[in-house]
Design a protein around this ligand. Sequence first.
Ligand SMILES: Cc1cc2nc3c(=O)[nH]c(=O)nc-3n(C[C@H](O)[C@H](O)[C@H](O)COP(=O)(O)OP(=O)(O)OC[C@H]3O[C@@H](n4cnc5c(N)ncnc54)[C@H](O)[C@@H]3O)c2cc1C
Length: 370
Amino acid sequence: MRSVLISGAGIAGNTLAWWLARHGFRPTVVERAAGHRSSGAPVDVRGPALPVVQAMGLVDRLRAAATSVTGVRLVDGAGATIARVSMAATRAPGSAELEIPRADLAAILHRAAADDVEFRYDDHITALAEDSDGVDVTFARGAPGRFDLVVGADGLHSAVRRLAFGPEPAHVRHLGVWVAGLPLGGPADDPYDVLLYNTPGRLASVHPARGSALAAFIFRGPMVDDFDHRDLAQHKRLVLGAYQGDRGWRLPELLDRVRSADDLYFDSVSRVHLPRWSRGRIVLVGDAASCVSLFGDGSSLAVAGAHSLAEALAAADHPVAFGRYEADHQRRTEPKRRAARYAAALLVPRTRLGLATRNGLARFVAAVRR
Ligand SMILES: Cc1cc2nc3c(=O)[nH]c(=O)nc-3n(C[C@H](O)[C@H](O)[C@H](O)COP(=O)(O)OP(=O)(O)OC[C@H]3O[C@@H](n4cnc5c(N)ncnc54)[C@H](O)[C@@H]3O)c2cc1C
């Protein structure tokens, strides 16, 4: 029974823990947060993730937690509809696609794994020392331990990646876009449509989520020298500065919410580039290995990648298994990573001309789907 330490109880970490336990491994998951949060940006479960969650017996639980969104509506500065693109065909009950708040997805995956996996919350890895038989691990709070394998499933700002592969700037590339999000604390006026308001280089949106609406701000801007993904005051400055002077749609009200927020999510939209996803007995999965950020099915890829890694480890020793997992999963992530810039161009066009072209395209798609 091989012991595996997984850093991160997110989408990839919980999925991997479930599958490893099923294959007779002894997984331990260490999570930096003190517990699960109850909302988060809605993410998709589709494509290669669907057979994985079906095999885990989770589809009914995921459907019960899914959002009721069936369309995306582009609005102008006065709130009038420019185009409404229906997603009813892919989001209808029984369809092959689900949208679920990210933390709810992680919590459902966690509950599935909890009986067979040891979880340690409010702790994180501080040092890794590998030899030919295992990895000695030091934690910020808990007692040190020794594991056969260590997996970094700790997201875009992975500590395992930093400890095993080097500092973050060597592997993480800012795509020139920032994202912020916050809960609005009440239901959206429209429970079925995501509303998007664009100006060149900026997007503001309201998502109905599951009865408690979420606002998001996605805007273009270069990396800032002293960016700190945990500095709330800096995040507020960056969002408020980017939308300064724009009073269209619901922006004055939404920006007031940013000013008073104490739980603003904020990050750089980035891609992760690594020549290899493993080193010795240490391997990365999910955003830690191949982040495509919000433009490329990251949550579905996290589920599918975790499953591929578990299956590879069940079939072969780690040097072979890590290579097979990487080859298998790279085929899924590479096209998404390459497409990220095009997705960004559609969601946040840079110029008035780009915006007009995108809106024309949306009207065409809306007409075709009607
Ligand atoms: C605003 C936004 C919208 C998105 N929309 C979509 C979408 O519509 N569709 C889609 O498919 N994807 C979407 N994504 C991407 C998707 O959320 C990620 O790709 C996915 O969550 C990656 O899963 P993961 O398990 O690798 O990482 P995460 O879900 O980020 O989980 C990482 C876990 O590790 C923990 N952790 C972090 N550091 C440490 C540490 N040092 N030690 C221990 N634990 C640690 C974190 O607390 C977290 O629990 C979106 C992302 C964002 C930011």
